[in-house]
Design a protein around this ligand. Structure first.
Ligand code: 5RP
Length: 235
């Protein structure tokens, strides 16, 4: 296992300690939170942990079911106690970029449904300014080219570069779990995440974007020196 993978594993497993009997839990998407899901599966089997879980993506649904975790519809639970999810970047204010796995819409819905949002990350995700990681934006298929034109004009981007391709076949666009496209915006530096999020969400045809502003409560950060728990200053 590479050292980055080790760090992901440590963060993922450590975060599972926040989960107690009886909790309603959102399960995030990605290669870090995968370890949280596996650890919760172990605790369900070995410690009789009783929790009700909601997945943030079809990939997480599959992984959870394969590992014996019973899943619920978000609408059946009347809110969640906690969600554990990954991030592509987080800054010192704990603003995030998410959606590297294309699950940003369900991830944001579930984060807003949860009383506490815990992010699992290795130290490579910590940045001074968001934006080196291309910002994912989920757009409705019907109008995607018009939406791309509008975004390109708003942010002065090259239109040809921003549609996300299917990993297995780069000739076709990636389709999200909601049946939409993802545009990845190469911005380099986002000075005002909230302002950018508002401008993007003003455009019809954008379902949501990967800026998660003032949503995270805790980051379980895995570093070469060990686990660091970073709390949101407002928490
Ligand atoms: C998926 C996400 C992921 O949480 C994010 O991409 C981080 O993934 P990983 O832990 O694999 O680096 O937002 O949409």
């Amino acid at each position: 296992m590479s050292s980055t993978e080790e760090l992901k594993k440590e963060a993922g497993i450590h975060a599972a300690k926040f989960i107690k009997n009886g909790m309603k839990v959102g399960l995030g998407t990605g290669s870090t939170v995968k370890y949280t899901i596996l650890e919760l599966s172990r605790r369900i089997k070995e410690e009789n942990l009783e929790i009700k879980c909601v997945p943030t993506s079809i990939a997480t649904e599959k992984l959870s079911l394969e590992n014996g975790i019973e899943l619920y519809e978000l609408s059946s639970l009347n809110g969640l106690d906690v969600v554990i999810d990954g991030a592509d970047e987080f800054d010192q204010d704990m603003s995030l970029i998410k959606g590297g796995g294309g699950a940003l819409v369900r991830e944001k819905i579930i984060a807003q449904a949860a009383k506490k949002v815990i992010i699992v990350a290795d130290e490579s995700k910590k940045v001074q300014f968001l934006g080196k990681f291309p910002l994912p934006v989920e757009v409705i298929k019907f109008s995607w080219k018009e939406t791309r034109r509008k975004i390109s004009k708003l942010l002065q981007l090259d239109e040809s570069k921003i549609i996300r391709r299917n990993i297995k076949d780069s000739n076709v666009a990636m389709i999200t779990d909601n049946g939409n496209y993802i545009l990845d915006l190469h911005l380099e530096q986002i000075k005002n995440p909230k302002k950018l999020e508002n401008s993007l969400l003003n455009l019809a045809g954008i379902l949501d974007c990967g800026i998660f502003f003032d949503i995270a409560d805790v980051v379980v950060l895995s570093t070469k020196k060990g686990i660091e728990i970073v709390n949101n200053k407002r928490a």
